[in-house]
Unconditional design. Sequence first.
Length: 324
Amino acid sequence: MAICKTCQGEYQRRECLCPRCFQPLRRGETLCHHCGADTQGLRLCPRCKSDVSAWERENFSLAQFMFRWGALAIVPSVGVLVAWAIFWLPQGETLHSPGMALAAAISSQLVLILLYVQRLFWRERRWAAQVYQTRAASLPLTIGSTFLVGGMCGIIAFVVYKVAGEPDTWTWHKPVFGLFYILAFPWFTATLTLLAIQDYLDRLDQRVPQPLFVHTHRLLRVVVETAIKNLRVLDNGEGDVNRQRERFDVLEVLRIPECGGLQVLLNEVRPEKSPGDTEQIVWRETTWHIQSDRWGRLQALQPHNGTSSQVKRWELQAHRHTSM
């Protein structure tokens, strides 16, 4: 099953909704068989009602990412090999060795690949900082930090190289020089890759929906709909008759500042047959306490204060239908 990157919910392609009538498109791609609308390829997530086709168009390989945004990120890897061939090799025996150049180039490429895989993590972190409390460093701060660390490693390697004496006195000089020389290039690669990711994310936000947790009303709708589905699983087989007459009202909504989730008080009113009397309908009211994470996934669903009260009782004929 595919994952909607807006709400992190699973969906199947045939479950996607028409952007006009919000009915399942099933096998239809461009024409809704319910309302006849031309969807122009747009399909909505059945969970959060956001456009999933926008995200599907964002699938690209590492090579495509490098071609569009991150070509500068390979400069440190290429630079370390060029420096070895042009500068270090002609000098003969020095603190530097071919193994150091190879290690620096490989580690730089590993950093590049790792950051590419985690590129959407930085998007979530950037939006999260605007919605709830997060201790994570921002992307611009991380870019500056990686550049400073890389610069410090380069300076230390340069100083060690300058103070090193003859080869017979290279006791601690060579391993220290090699360590900081190798570390400098991955940090510079991280800086350039994060700069490319920042530019990519700025453009991405213009093409795809914002994360679900950014807007409280969207998150609330997903949470309430998920809670109602779970409650209907426990409706004791009353069927669609009660579902047509039940009512749910949101009494209170609180945003959890530590994680961006919601705490919701949901009031449920539903008809039930009185035990032993098929002509009597009992209306039961229950207030549910719901807690979710920032993606609308339920973490708690329980009666508020552990109580469920009977609030109204009417004498009704079994064949008569009422509406809420």
